[in-house]
Write a protein that binds this ligand. Sequence first.
Ligand SMILES: [Zn+2]
Length: 252
Amino acid sequence: MKIKINNTTLKHIYKIQTLKLSAIFDDFVHTIFPENCNACNTILVAGEKIICTNCRLTLPLTNQLNTKENPLFIRFYGTINLEFAAAFLMYSKQSRVQNILKAIKYEGSPDLANYFGKWMADELIFNGLQSKFDVIIPVPLHPNRQKIRGYNQAEELAKPIAEGLKIELGNNIVERQKHTVSQTKLSQEKRFENVQNIFFVKKPTNIKGKSILLIDDVITTGSTIESLANEILKSEPKSLSLITLADAFGEN
Ligand SMILES: [Zn+2]
């Protein structure tokens, strides 16, 4: 008996073989160059990417997205007129969350920030917050620092959030004009001076009357966010909100 193989069947077989080969190649690369979980550092098994399954299930989420009167919101009460504020992960020293924050800043890859941005977008949608904001503004880095790092981690967090919520990514609305020294090495007074007038709103019309959401990777003293918020508020947005991956206040 002769078996007839038409073009569609051939294409189908070819596709299956290619997929199999690509899976074999992935396994091979994984065996030669195993990747580690960015949170707990265990070796990832096949099928795991960025963080391991255990970390995905057990990382300490704050659940602040569903609580308006949460610690981050209360901390800025009376300083910045925020409509909404939330930290996504609970921070503590020498923890998996600290490992994640370090990797996001210093490991030269935006993938980890994209991963958490996507996760944050899913949680925002899950908590019914998808229509609350019009424009997302990631806290800008100084252009020189961004050039050295190759990316702005806050922007890489913000990209999947803007995509998930189907709103504008305003990564060109505000510019950071001054290089600042690390806030953690300064006294409270110096911290305030260090970040004064470092932001410049290039496109105030993109802010006026809009509900703005600021995105940052980590908040330590809060002075940088305060400085940025004050500058943005001059352009009269309808409201201003803030979401950060982690809140490390009081830890430095
Ligand atoms: Zn892990």
